[in-house]
Write a protein that binds this ligand. Structure first.
Ligand code: ADE
Ligand code: ZN
Length: 327
C-alpha cells in the first residue's frame, strides 16, 4: 500500500508549532534575536518535557513579529502539508502571538494569513481554514480577549475557536465565558483536553465548554462512562499519536490508545500537532499507524471520512474536499 499518495485531512495543526527550526533560525538571525538555546547541536528544537516544550514553543514565537512573518510562515507550512498529500487542514493560530490579542493588529495578521492560504490553494491545491486559539495558562482574561478577536473576524477562513496550552492550569469552567461568546458568534469549538489532564478534564471540557471536538482526548481511555458519552454525543477526538509519544505520554505507539478508542466506537482522527517539534509528518503518522496496527487503505479512508464530517468548514467546501476522496 502506498500511503504516501493517499489524500489526507488534518484537523489539529498549530501554525506557529509547524514552523520549521530553520525558518525560526533565519528570522531570528535577520532580527538579531538570540534563540540559540532552544535548538540542539543538530539544529532541532530541544526540550525535556511538556512544560519545557511550551516554553521553547513560546520562545520560537517571539521571532514572529509581523503580518509578513505570518504570511511567509503560512506559505511554508501549507507547502509542507501539501507535500504530505494533505488536501484540507485546520490550523490553530493564536491572536496572542499575532499582535498581543489587539483586534486591529489581529485583523492585519489574519489578512496576511488568508492571503497566503488563498495563494497556497491556487499553487498547491491545499484548502486551509483557521481556528483562533487562546492559551490556557495565560488565564481567562487573555482568553476573553482572544475570543473577542475571533468573534470580530469569524467567517469563511476563520471557522473555529479553541484552547491550547497547559491543561493543568485552571479549570474548564474558568473559560466558559469565552467559549459561549465564540459559540454565539457561530464559531465551532474545540479544546485541548485529556492530553495531560485525565478523563475528568475531557468530561468538564465537553460538558462545560460545549466543544464539538477535543484536542487529543486520549486520557478518556481510562473512563468507560466517558467513552460511552463521547460516542453518544458524537464528539470527535483530534488524536496526535506522534506528539503523545514524543512528549513521553506513552512509551511507544504500540501502547497508544488510538486503536482501542477507535475499536470501541469513539470517533478519532489523526494529526501531527507541531510536526517539526515532534519530528513527524502526516506521511510518517500514517506509515507508523499502518505498520503498528495493520491499518489498511480502507481504515485511513474511514478516518478521513470522520475528519471531513467533523471539519469546521462550510458544506460547499466539504463537498469540494469529498470529491478529492471520491467519497
Ligand atoms: N500548543 C502546541 N502544542 C500543544 C500541545 N500538544 N498541548 C497543548 N498546547 C499546545
Ligand atoms: Zn495541539
Amino acid at each position: 500500500m502506498n500511503l504516501k499518495s493517499l489524500p489526507k485531512i488534518e484537523l489539529h495543526l498549530h501554525l506557529e508549532g509547524a514552523a520549521p527550526a530553520n525558518f525560526i533560525k533565519n528570522l531570528a538571525t535577520q532580527k538579531h534575536i538570540d534563540v540559540s538555546k532552544i535548538f540542539n547541536q543538530l539544529g532541532q528544537y530541544q526540550f525535556d518535557n511538556f512544560k519545557h516544550f511550551l516554553s521553547v514553543y513560546e520562545a520560537a514565537t517571539t521571532v514572529l513579529q509581523s503580518p509578513d512573518d505570518f504570511y511567509k510562515l503560512t506559505k511554508c507550512v501549507l507547502e509542507e502539508c501539501a507535500k504530505n498529500h494533505v488536501v484540507y487542514v485546520e490550523t490553530f493560530v493564536s491572536p496572542e502571538f499575532c499582535g498581543g490579542n489587539d483586534i486591529v493588529s489581529w485583523k492585519e495578521y489574519l489578512s496576511a494569513i488568508c492571503e497566503a492560504s488563498e495563494e497556497s490553494e491556487a499553487s498547491f491545491g491545499i484548502i486551509s481554514r483557521g481556528i483562533a486559539t487562546c492559551i490556557r495558562h495565560l488565564g481567562p482574561n487573555s482568553a476573553k480577549d482572544t475570543a473577542k478577536c475571533a468573534v470580530e473576524t469569524g467567517g469563511e477562513w476563520l471557522v473555529g475557536f479553541g484552547m491550547a496550552g497547559d491543561e493543568t492550569f485552571g479549570q474548564a469552567k474558568d473559560y466558559v465565558y469565552s467559549f459561549d461568546l465564540a459559540r454565539e458568534a457561530g464559531l465551532k469549538l474545540t479544546s485541548h483536553a485529556g492530553e495531560w489532564g485525565g478523563s475528568e478534564s475531557v468530561r468538564s471540557t465537553v460538558n462545560q465548554l460545549g466543544v464539538q471536538r477535543v484536542g487529543h482526548g486520549v486520557q478518556s481511555i481510562n473512563d468507560d462512562e466517558l467513552i460511552q458519552s463521547l460516542i453518544e454525543q458524537q464528539i470527535v477526538l483530534e488524536v496526535c499519536p506522534g506528539s503523545n509519544v514524543f512528549l513521553g505520554l506513552y512509551p511507544d505507539l504500540q501502547s497508544h490508545p488510538i486503536k482501542t478508542l477507535r475499536d470501541r466506537g469513539v470517533m478519532v482522527t489523526v494529526s501531527t500537532d507541531d510536526p517539526p517539534f515532534f519530528q513527524t509528518s502526516m506521511d510518517q503518522e500514517y506509515e507508523s499507524l499502518a505498520s503498528c496496527f495493520g491499518w489498511s487503505e480502507d481504515d485511513f479512508l474511514e478516518l478521513n471520512r470522520v475528519a471531513l464530517d467533523a471539519a469546521f468548514c462550510d458544506k460547499k467546501t466539504k463537498e469540494k474536499i469529498a470529491k478529492m476522496f471520491k467519497f
